[in-house]
Design a protein around this ligand. Structure first.
Ligand code: 5GP
Length: 184
C-alpha cells in the first residue's frame, strides 16, 4: 500500500518517543529555572508549533505564549540569510522573561536577527530553546540555553518542519529521499 505522506521518507532521525521524553526533560528544567519568575514563551512560526505545544504542557509553571513569524527558507533548502518579520508579537515584552522556542538552528542567521530585534524591546531576560541544532552549518555564534537534539548537516522534515509547506504533520523528524525534492 502506498502512503503519500510517508513514501518519501528515507530515514527517521528523531522519533516522536525521543521528542516526547526530551520535552519532558526540558520542561522540568525550564520550570525549575523560572521558579518565582514570570515566563513568556515565544513560538517561532510555523515550524516550532508542535514542539512548543508539547513543551508548554511539560512546564509546570505559570506562563503566557505569543507567536512570531519570520521568513527564512522559501521553498529551497538553503538559507538566503535575509530575514523579514511576517507576523509580530501581540505582547509588550518590556520587563518580561522571554523564552524563544525554535524548531531548528541552522546557520543561526534567523535567530541572530530575532535576538537583536527582541533585545531592543528590553525584556528582563531572553533565552533560547530549540528542538534541533545543526552546529556544523553555523555562521554566527548563538548561545542556546535549552537544546533538544544535535543533528548532522542534513535537511530534515516532520514534527513542524516542512519542505514546500508539506510534511509538517509527520510525527518524527525525518530525512527525505532525494527524489522527493526533484518531484516537487
Ligand atoms: P537559520 O537562519 O538558522 O539558517 O535557519 C533557521 C530556519 O531555517 C529554521 O527555523 C527553519 O525554518 C529553517 N531550516 C533550517 N534547517 C532546516 C531543515 O533541515 N529543514 C527544514 N525544514 N527547515 C530548516
Amino acid at each position: 500500500m502506498t502512503n503519500p505522506l510517508k513514501d518519501n521518507i528515507q530515514e527517521v532521525l528523531v522519533t516522536s518517543e525521543q521528542i516526547k521524553a526530551k520535552a519532558k526533560e526540558l520542561g522540568a528544567q525550564i520550570a525549575k529555572d523560572y521558579e518565582g519568575k514570570d515566563l513568556l514563551i515565544i513560538c517561532v512560526l510555523k515550524g516550532a508549533l508542535p514542539f512548543m505545544a508539547d513543551l508548554i504542557r511539560e512546564i509546570d509553571h505559570p506562563l503566557a505564549i505569543d507567536f512570531m513569524a519570520v521568513s527564512s527558507y522559501g521553498d529551497a533548502t538553503t538559507s538566503s540569510g535575509a530575514v523579514m518579520i511576517l507576523k509580530d508579537l501581540e505582547t509588550n515584552i518590556n520587563g518580561r522573561n522571554v523564552l524563544i522556542v525554535e524548531d531548528i538552528i541552522d546557520t543561526g542567521l534567523t535567530l541572530k536577527y530575532l535576538i537583536e530585534n527582541l533585545q531592543a524591546r528590553k525584556p528582563a531576560s531572553l533565552k533560547i530553546c530549540t528542538l534541533l541544532d545543526k552546529p556544523e552549518r553555523r555562521k554566527v555564534d548563538i548561545r542556546v540555553d535549552y537544546k533538544g537534539f544535535t543533528i548532522p548537516d542534513a535537511f530534515v522534515v516532520g514534527y513542524g518542519l516542512d519542505f514546500a509547506e508539506l510534511y509538517r504533520n509527520l510525527p518524527d523528524v525525518c530525512i527525505l529521499k532525494p527524489e522527493a525534492y526533484e518531484n516537487n
